[in-house]
Design a protein around this ligand. Structure first.
Ligand SMILES: [Zn+2]
Length: 311
């Protein structure tokens, strides 16, 4: 059996390390056992790319995320964000738990009916992940400055609210662009879900998307107006597995954007989940538009597009 010199062993180890095949034991030393499997995953992710995956767990423990909404999407995002070992989480919601929520919002129990979703979520977080510092705000999103105030100092925004439709998302978008923070948006309608992200200087923003749609989609504005009008009265069409799947994509996306353990999947792209076929596909990618009122020069020629859902 050939004998290896110390130098050869060192060279071999360096090579393995470069390939990300050596686990840094010190990464586990300070880590609570409940997060060890997270670290093992991020190490595996780092080994397959030149990502910053290996440090992702540490980044998470230092990170603060703003979760807007505790409805179908948001309530499913909460346990996942906590399980990731996030350092700080700010949650915002104003609603109470209703019977009609219980088919898909599995954070809530029958015994929670009538309680504020925020209170249930806070209680859950305290019991499940006492090391995560949680701030909870009982309010509706009413303006850009309010979102900016909530998001200041966070690493990113996960937006699951849609009230008023498009206006709420536009406010979040404007705040994220102003603060240069990544924001991920979740939307679900009937048999399809959608995820998209924006980040200053890395993608077009949501208002660039509106201009893109107006320039590229026949009859975009009439369709936009129809979506803006209050939803027809009736029952929400949604089942738990699809809403939870959409939430999972949203949490993973904001995780990618904040830790860079791997490339984001929906930055400047609308990624759609077809609940019926189970397929995931890019519906449409869009670029930054110079004339955008939020991240560009506010070209007056496009003002009419934004009159549909003013901030
Ligand atoms: Zn823009």
């Amino acid at each position: 059996m050939p004998r290896l010199r110390a130098e050869q062993i060192r060279e071999g180890l360096a090579l393995l390390d470069e390939s990300g095949l050596i686990e840094d034991a010190s990464l586990y030393d300070e880590l609570p056992e409940r997060l060890h499997a997270n670290q093992a995953f991020f190490t595996a992710a780092a080994a397959t790319s030149d990502s910053k995956g290996n440090r992702a767990q540490g980044v998470l423990q230092e990170s603060h995320v703003l979760l807007l909404g505790l409805g179908g999407g948001g309530s499913a995002c909460l346990p996942q964000l906590l399980a990731l070992g996030l350092g700080r989480l700010t949650i915002v919601d104003y609603d109470v738990v209703e019977t009609s929520n219980l088919n898909r919002q599995t954070l809530f129990r029958t015994s929670d009916l009538g309680r504020k979703k925020l209170d249930v979520a806070r209680e859950y977080a305290k019991a499940f992940a006492p090391s995560t510092e949680v701030s909870a705000y009982d309010l509706r999103i009413e303006g850009v400055e309010q979102v900016q105030h909530l998001a200041e100092g966070t690493a990113g925004i996960l937006c699951t609210i849609d009230e008023p439709p498009f206006v709420a998302q536009r406010r979040v978008n404007a705040a994220a662009i102003a603060l240069k923070l990544p924001a991920t948006f979740l939307l679900s309608q009937h048999t399809r879900g959608r995820v998209f992200s924006v980040k200053t200087e890395e993608s077009g923003c949501m208002d660039c998307l509106q201009i893109h749609d107006e320039l590229n989609t026949v009859d975009f504005l009439p369709q936009y107006r129809a979506l803006m009008s209050p939803e027809r009265p009736g029952t929400t069409a949604a089942i738990a597995p699809h809403i939870q799947r959409l939430a999972s994509y949203g949490v993973d996306e904001i995780l990618r954007l904040t830790t860079r353990y791997a490339a984001p999947i929906a930055l400047g792209k609308q990624v759609e989940i077809d609940y019926l076929t189970g397929e995931l596909g890019t519906l449409m990618a869009w670029d930054r538009h110079e004339g955008c009122p939020t991240c560009g020069t506010a070209d007056p020629r496009f003002e009419y597009v934004f009159e549909v859902a003013p901030l």
